[in-house]
Design a protein around this ligand. Structure first.
Ligand code: ADP
Length: 402
């Protein structure tokens, strides 16, 4: 069975064709600048070099047509016809409480999907456009909506409720939803597999540290708490997002800066976090470089890195309290995979709780499916596992259509 995984943004469309027999990626790529001048599709067949097709892509429909013609192309293709694609899995960022699990695309589910637009205003309408375009081009192929948030819907009421008027939760669905669910699910499952244990018997803290970062407490394979909130703006310091902040400080800042509610929300999403603290640098590579250079820019970069580690430490600590016993802490995504020092800093001083990193093994790269950085005398396993959200989407899609 071959599954096409689609991840549609407002002007982009990422794809992977996965062979479920051995879970290998047959081809992948992305269409970019859809609806904008200079659009193109970058396509990669297996281990071959990328090919770039420069072509007008006025809408997602033309992008999908181009992707399908590349997948079935004599030279660049990996399948002989579109009929070889058994199903399409679409990534959708926000499920709200409308969808509890991956769901087959039908007229009813598409109607329900529209209700989620206000919960993921930047992403969900784009995903919907992607689904509609895909249906037009591949009318007979079953499709599945796979949400970033459904993994977190197992959280107990005490974890997902905000302390607001209960009626406002009921009427407006304002609560913690979290994000990166497919990633937290993948790495917790992979950790259990690596440890040779049934996931039902494990308590795991999963740390997805990338441009957006979130930390989850996973008990027996189900999420019991997560750091992101109603939107991905909450939780730890991120590339450009502020993370947790007192709502009164937001009102105060908006007044001082003469911003309306939309401008201050944009500011908190795009101008804060590592970027805001460091003086304009959201990427760990730049921050490390600036620390080396020293001076005021170096001091600010160091502050951003220290604050990031401190925020993560606080969440790890609170999830140790939530879980009671922790068997394993897993780190994933770009920051974790390429910056061993940050894991050392996050877990520094937790020896008393049986958490100890082997600093020799904790290198600045991760080229294996699981990098075990647990010190010999650590009670808690500490792993770095590259995430694979597309594979989770493909697996969920297969399970829904089979
Ligand atoms: P996202 O998918 O949310 O864009 P990623 O998981 O790619 O984020 O992580 C982005 C972060 O990972 C950035 O801070 C970036 O600096 C860091 N990163 C990625 N590659 C490297 C690298 N080779 N060396 C150091 N840091 C890296």
């Amino acid at each position: 069975m071959k599954i096409l995984v689609m991840n549609a943004g407002s002007s982009s469309l990422k794809y992977q064709l996965i062979d479920m027999e051995n879970e290998s990626v047959l081809a992948k790529g992305n269409a970019d600048r859809i609806g904008i001048d200079g659009s193109f599709v970058k396509h990669k067949k297996g281990d071959c070099d990328n090919v770039v097709i420069n072509k007008a892509l006025p809408t997602h429909k033309e992008a999908i047509e181009t992707i399908l013609s590349l997948l079935t192309d004599k030279e660049q293709g990996v399948i002989s016809s579109m009929q070889e694609i058994s199903a399409v899995g679409h990534r959708v960022v926000a499920s709200g409480e409308y969808f509890k699990k991956p769901t087959l695309v039908t007229e009813e589910s598409l109607e329900l999907m529209k209700k989620t637009f206000e919960l993921g205003p930047l992403h969900n309408p784009a995903a919907y456009t992607g689904v509609m375009a895909c249906r037009e081009v591949m009318p007979g192929t079953p499709m599945v909506l796979v949400f970033d948030t459904t993994f977190h819907l197992t959280m107990p009421e005490t974890a997902y409720m905000y302390n607001i008027k209960y009626e406002d939760y009921v009427d407006f669905h304002v609560r913690r939803y979290g994000a990166h669910g497919t990633s937290h699910k993948f790495v917790s499952g992979k950790a259990a597999e690596y440890l040779g244990k049934d996931i039902k018997d494990l308590n795991i803290i999963t740390c997805h540290l990338g441009n957006g970062s979130s930390i989850s407490a996973v008990k027996g394979g189900v999420c019991v708490d997560t750091s992101m909130g109603f939107t991905p703006l909450a939780g730890v310091c991120m590339g450009t997002r502020a993370g947790d902040i007192d709502a009164s400080a937001v009102e105060f800042l908006a007044k001082k800066k003469g911003m309306d509610i939309y401008e201050i929300t944009y500011y908190l999403n795009r101008e804060c976090g590592l970027k805001g603290l460091s003086g304009g640098y959201s990427d760990f590579r730049d921050l490390r470089e600036n620390v080396e250079k020293g001076g005021e820019l170096g001091r600010r970069a160091q502050l951003a890195l220290d604050k990031f580690a401190y925020d993560c430490k606080k969440y790890v600590g609170s999830y140790m309290a939530v879980l009671g016993r922790v068997d394993c802490i897993v780190f994933t995504a770009g920051i974790s995979e390429w910056n061993g020092f940050i894991i050392n800093n996050i877990l520094d001083g937790l020896d008393a709780y049986g958490i100890k990193v082997d600093k020799e093994k904790n290198t600045d790269s991760c080229s294996v499916p699981v990098k075990d950085i647990t010190a010999a005398d650590s009670k808690v396993k500490i792993l770095v596992i590259p995430t694979n959200e597309e594979l989770v989407i493909a697996r969920e899609t297969r399970d829904v259509v089979s």
